[in-house]
Design a protein around this ligand. Structure first.
Ligand code: ADP
Ligand code: MG
Length: 257
């Protein structure tokens, strides 16, 4: 198995709070890994560390054999790691196509400050992905006119523009209606099975994670609580406890976060 992503001993503190407290996580080529855990358990912060949006206080991150621990987000994107955000980052006034074209310059401030006209190759790639994601009808519409689910698809498309070997999806299904969830799931499966793209995904809906993932990592209070096949994880007492507490009611809602 080729290891695409390997992070060891990741620590990220905010003042006195340790949001991520020494986590090891890896993803192999072609693997689909779920990252779950109660609200506030450090999932987004870990994603921020892995994609280099946040600096790390301790630990190391290897991407396709390269040490990316100190790289900038756009450098990491260039060598194969893309991500989406829990809070959407599409430009509402730009069209679907323009958002896709712009995303190849994502994070690269020197380029953004002098926005370049996209190359023919960039536009062609954007068009292919727009077709693949079944967004062709909306190609020239402003992103503000899209539904929540269509915007999530656009964000997935933007993450795919740099031809990543691994994509990190942070709650890509939140605010998406159930029919579109199936469509997005289907696209993710094709990307994984036919193009070998690996995924690490944070999703609140455990069934979604179970349907897609080979392996699940559970965080709790910034530490790894459990790791294993989805079925094992769902029967793991410590995981049930972390999610549902003693009274059987769910205490891990992500609503409003
Ligand atoms: P999750 O994505 O699992 O809900 P987060 O990674 O967003 O969790 O948050 C983990 C912890 O870190 C929470 O206690 C949160 O309040 C805290 N946190 C996240 N980002 C910041 C920040 N920029 N400054 C201070 N605390 C933060
Ligand atoms: Mg989060």
């Amino acid at each position: 198995m080729t290891r695409v992503l390997e992070a060891s001993g990741i620590v990220r503190r905010f003042g006195g709070l340790t949001a991520v407290g020494g986590v090891d996580i890896h993803v192999d080529a072609g693997e689909m890994v779920g990252l779950i855990g109660p609200n506030g358990s450090g999932k987004t912060t870990l994603f921020d560390c892995l994609s280099r949006v946040q600096t790390i206080d301790e630990g190391s991150i290897m991407l396709n054999g390269t040490d990316i621990s100190k790289m900038q987000p756009h450098q990491v994107a260039h060598i194969g790691l893309s991500r989406t955000f829990q809070v959407l980052r599409v430009y509402r006034e730009l069209t679907v196509l323009e958002n896709m074209e712009l995303s190849v310059q994502w994070g690269d401030i020197s380029l953004l400050s002098s926005f370049r006209k996209p190359t023919k190759e960039t536009t062609e790639r954007a068009d292919r992905l727009i077709d693949f994601l079944l967004l062709s009808r909306l190609r020239d519409q402003q992103a503000s006119s899209l539904s929540g689910g269509q915007r999530r698809l656009l964000e997935l498309g933007m993450a795919l523009m740099s031809d990543p070997s691994i994509v990190l999806l942070d709650e890509a299904m939140s605010g998406v209606n159930p029919s579109l969830v199936e469509q997005i799931k289907d696209r993710i499966r094709i990307l994984n099975q036919e193009q070998g793209v690996s995924f690490l995904l944070v999703e609140h809906d455990i069934r979604f994670v179970k349907d897609l993932c080979d392996r699940v990592v559970v965080l709790n209070y910034g530490e790894k609580l459990a790791e294993g096949a989805p079925d094992e994880i769902m029967e793991n007492e410590a995981v049930i406890e972390a999610y549902f507490g003693d009274d059987g009611t769910e205490g891990a809602g992500d609503a409003g976060n």
